[in-house]
Structure formats: C-alpha cells, structure tokens
Write a protein that binds this ligand. Structure first.
Ligand code: BGC
Length: 262
C-alpha cells in the first residue's frame, strides 16, 4: 500500500511516496527548506506544497519533532512555541485536503527501524535514540510502540541530557568523540537502569559516524546503529498512517501492524 510520508525537521521538510509493505520510497524524495520562523501556518503551507507536488490523494503520515498526543503538538523543545497545543493534524488536514496522521519524529523512525531496519524481528524491549538537533526516543515492547517517551530530556548531572548528547550539543560544546561518548554512555546507562532494554538502536544524523563514537561507549546493553538513515522518519510516518484507512484490527498483510492512537 502506498502512503505519502512527510518528515518535518528544523532545517528541511521532506516528503516521498512510500511503499509501506516494502519500506521503500516510490520515486524521488522532495525537500523544501523549513520556513523561518517555523510557525504552524507557514509549515502547513509547505506540507500543502509537498502534497500538490506529488498530486497526492490519500493518507499522509507526518512526523513532528515534539510530543504529539492524538495529533496535537504538546511541546516545542526545538521548534517555535506557537506549536504548543496546536492541533497539527487538523491544520495539515485543512492544508492538504487529505487524512493526515501526525506523530513524533523518533517514534516514526522507530516504527520504520522495527519493521525494516536494525530492529527487524526484535522482540522484547527496544529503545531507539535519534541523535540530531535534539535527542528523540522510541520505546517498543514486543513490537508495540509506547509513544512520546522523550528520554532525550532526562535530567542527568542537573541538565537536560539532550544539551550534551544530541549531535548539536556535541558540535556546539566542541566535545571530542571520547568526551561525547562518556556523556552518551551516562545517558544510555540511565535508561538502562530504569528499563533494562534488550537493545539500543542509535539513529539520527550522527549514526553515520557510528564507528567514531562506539569505541567510547560503555553500557551493558547491546547497541546497534540504525539502518534506514534519513529515510526512517518518512517511512515510519507512512507505515503509521496506513492505520487511517486500514485500522489495526483488520488483517492487512503478513506483517505486524503498529498500533497508534489516532
Ligand atoms: C523533542 C522530541 C524529538 C527530538 C528529536 C526533542 O527535543 O523533545 O520530541 O523527538 O527532539 O527531534
């Protein structure tokens, strides 16, 4: 089944049609600069432009880099404060004339990694961290997503952990890989102490440089790099939006479906 996936980030808004049963793009991806300031209306306009570019009629899955509760954006750690308590789903539905499901960006990336990437067939407790401008997290128990976990904002050494362990934090603070690895290890061990995951999957922009920091990571849990790179958000959002037309209680294919609150 084909679904349009859209990934809203701080610098770019990307869209592609996704074959959700293969976990692959159908054709090219389109990227448009995120308008600055990235307030709800101008962002919705860009979402509308992407939909028109693909002449898309059908379900749309859309990521957002904040807590998204039933389509309403609740936080704004790295985005404009006007998003707090905005009904993003209704806004994008109006801008596109299509059914839209909006979900947290890391949750979307996690859905894609669990179905087609580093977490394929992984049961038990899986934690995905995306390390980019912020630190996103996705938490799965036997393949079922617990949305909006926000482990990036755990307070460690009296500070929001993402200030140190995001890729932005690494660059802005000028940390060496060794020093950053020490902070990331602390962050991982904190999550480990709380939940005892079976595996950590590390995604986000910095996962391309996995070999540079992994030698400096110490924690007991198995760690693997994400596989779908910057396609994960678009693919995961599209998979999640399948639920708009095929509720999870309908058998859709031999694949497991991901249950998300709409
Ligand atoms: C936000 C998360 C988001 C992450 C990655 C964090 O600052 O709170 O909701 O998933 O950044 O974009």
């Amino acid at each position: 089944m084909e679904v349009l996936g859209i990934d809203i980030g701080g610098s770019g808004i990307k869209g592609a049609i996704v074959d959700t049963f293969k976990g692959a793009f159908v054709g090219e991806r389109l990227r448009i600069e995120t308008p600055q300031p990235a307030k709800p209306e101008p962002v919705a306009d860009v979402v509308g432009r992407i939909v028109r570019h693909f002449s898309w009629k059908g379900p749309i899955g859309c990521t957002f880099p904040a807590v998204v509760q039933h389509g309403i954006t609740r936080t704004a750690a790295n985005v404009d404060d006007e998003w707090i308590d905005t009904d993003a789903q209704a806004l994008f539905r109006a801008a596109t004339g299509n059914p839209v499901l909006v979900l947290n960006d890391a949750d979307a990336a996690g859905i894609a990694e669990l179905q087609f990437g580093a977490g394929k067939d992984q049961r038990g407790l899986v934690v995905i961290l995306t390390l980019g401008t912020g630190v996103g997290s996705a938490f799965f128990i036997d393949g079922v997503l617990i949305p909006n976990t926000e482990f990036g904002h755990l307070i460690i050494r009296g500070k929001d952990a993402e200030d140190r362990t995001s890729d932005r934090g690494r660059q802005e603070n000028g940390y060496s890989w060794r020093k950053w690895g020490k902070y990331l290890s602390e962050h991982l061990r904190y999550i480990e102490a709380l939940f005892t995951p079976d595996i950590f999957i590390i995604g986000g922009g910095v996962s391309k440089k996995y070999d540079k920091f992994i030698p400096h990571i110490s924690c007991a849990t198995k760690i693997v790099p994400a596989q779908l790179r910057n396609r994960a958000g678009i693919i995961g959002a599209a998979i999640a939006a399948r639920e708009l037309v095929q509720p999870s209680y309908c058998v859709q294919s031999e694949e497991a479906s991901t249950t998300l609150p709409l």
